[in-house]
Design a protein around this ligand. Structure first.
Ligand code: GDP
Ligand code: ZN
Length: 268
């Protein structure tokens, strides 16, 4: 999705793709394990979408509950894919709390755009819409945070299915499985990813992880060892910055957690 191709029309109905242009960037994940391949089965890279500008990382204040670790993981996905992250905190009509606002302040202080929104009251939607204009945007985030609802509310003509609890069966329905790219306005595209439960960054090396925590970058250069993983190495400028409160403890803890998952080969 999103690739530029050289295309030849053969007749009225069909054509042939000759060449796919080089991708400027792309978002991928590890494909789900193939049934029967077992836990150790190889997980291949699956490309979700390419040539994108913005990644909207959608979260909700509740249902599902806000978790800064999830935001940090998706930020690594966006940064490693060379796309511009936009952080959305949806369902603000359900009320926020100190932990959420504290997290928002951290993200703002390191330079990210954060929007508090509600697909119910329409709070924050015109601001969000402005930053999507003229761009190719992908919406990612946990199931149920309101990605489809937000898009439907922002673009009146859209009619994406939302995961409302079915009254008949009283079960949550997962109606759509494929991602769709829609041309919502002139030069503006959005991709909803309803069927994608997890977007794990693919192929990130231990020694590169720190660079995807954007506020770490300026310190990394000053670490004594150029192989520093910022855990317990002597002369680590990142740890020093954490101790001086120049890097937040929350972000550093997220970093350590992700590093561990890479080391254990769990998600990356
Ligand atoms: P998605 O899986 O991220 O696409 O989430 P959906 O758009 O399907 O929304 C999941 C549920 O959250 C639905 O029942 C929506 O009606 C509800 N929802 C979405 N946005 C909001 C919001 O801003 N406030 C509240 N209170 N509920 C919302
Ligand atoms: Zn270091």
């Amino acid at each position: 999705m999103g690739d530029a191709v050289h295309f030849e029309l053969l007749d009225n109905k069909s054509g042939a793709i000759h060449k796919i242009e080089k991708r400027d960037n792309y978002m991928s994940r590890k494909a789900p394990r193939i049934k029967g391949a077992g836990y150790r089965g190889e997980r291949l890279e699956q490309i979700i979408a390419s040539n994108l500008d913005n990644v909207c990382i959608v979260n909700s204040v509740a249902e599902p509950v806000f978790n800064n670790k999830v935001v940090d993981r998706l930020l690594v996905s966006a940064e490693s894919s060379n796309m511009e992250p936009i952080i959305v905190i949806n369902k603000i009509d359900l009320g926020d709390d100190e932990y959420i606002n504290h997290s928002i302040n951290i993200y703002k202080s390191i330079g990210y755009n954060v929007f508090k929104t509600s697909a119910v009251t329409a709070a924050g939607l015109s601001e969000l819409k402005n930053s999507l204009k003229g761009k190719k945007n992908i919406f990612i985030g946990k199931s149920g945070v309101g990605k489809s609802s937000l898009l439907n509310r922002i673009y009146a003509h859209l009619n994406l299915q939302t995961g409302e609890i079915s009254r008949q069966t009283d079960r949550g329905t997962h109606t759509t499985v494929t991602s769709v790219m829609v041309n919502v306005e002139e030069n503006t595209y959005v991709i909803d990813t309803p069927g994608i439960r997890e977007i794990d960054p693919y192929g990130i090396k231990k020694e590169d992880l720190g660079y995807y925590f954007i506020e770490f970058k300026e310190y990394i250069r000053a670490c004594r060892f150029n192989t520093c993983t910022h855990q317990h190495e002597p002369g680590c400028a990142v740890i020093n910055a954490v101790e001086k409160n120049n890097i937040s403890m929350e972000r550093y803890e997220s970093y350590l957690r992700l590093l561990k998952t890479i080391e254990e080969g769990i998600i990356f």
